[in-house]
Structures are given as C-alpha cells and as structure tokens.
Ligand binder design. Sequence first.
Ligand code: ZN
Length: 162
Amino acid sequence: MIVFDLSCDNGHRFEGWFGSSGDFSSQKERGLLCCPQCGSPQVDKAPMAPSVPRKGNQQAERPTVSTAPHGGNEVQPVSNAPMPREVQEALEKLAEAQARALRKSKWVGEKFAENARAMHYGEKEVEPIHGQTSIEEAEELLEEGIEVAPLPFPIAPPDELN
Ligand SMILES: [Zn+2]
C-alpha cells in the first residue's frame, strides 16, 4: 500500500491509499476519486508537506478517503485506528436517540418519496414517516419544498415488510 497526500480544488487535504502509484492515476482517470469533505472529483496529489512531526496526535483527525475498487462513486471515510471508548458510547447514545425519535414514525421502505409527496400535496394525512430514497429523489423532494433529512444511522427495515 502507498499513501498520498491529496487535495481537492476547494483546498481540502486528505490522504488516499492505493495499491501502487499507478493506481492513483488510473482511478483518477476513471473519476473514482473524490474529496471526502466536499465530494469534488477534482482531486490531485497535494504538494509534499514538510516532514515536520505533527503536534500531538493529529494524524487520527485527518479524514482519509477510501477508493472504490468496484467502480462506484461512493466514498466512505475510514480509519484503521480503533475509536476511543467515548466515541463508541456517544455513537450508541445517538443511535438510541434516533431509534426513539423514529418510534412514532412509520416505516414506508422504498415508498418514501411517494408518501412524502402525497402528504405534501394533501392527498394523504400527514404523519411522520421514514424509509429509503435515492439522493437524486431526495434532491427532487427538497426542490419541491418537501422536507427530507438523512438519518445519521442506517436502520434495518422492519420484518413485516418481507
Ligand atoms: Zn474538498
């Protein structure tokens, strides 16, 4: 593995890991690289940073980019450092809070956009719902003035839909 300091056209800096230096150019050519902070595909090798030891342990705070070996454009920030206990606990609390917030909300699965539209245009009684939709669809809903918020944690669809 080889690590490069990368930067996007918005000046964000991050690290990218590659199998070889040739991987960088081939993935860049195929448009598989994008900035983990703003999603810009204009990613290039950053000028070499001076080799001064960083203060404290800032390494862990730098976002890293994972490349998409299967040709997708989805990028997931990852780290190989175990998360401290307090981070784990905070995430668990947040996940619980999300589950509580969704308790009165109805799971509509892939029919989210359909239901959200029907409620917005008065064809259906308004009630809290959650489900799945594509990013494109979510953007269309927002353009129509329909509120859509991404859930911070993935949720397992309830069994009764199976
Ligand atoms: Zn960026």
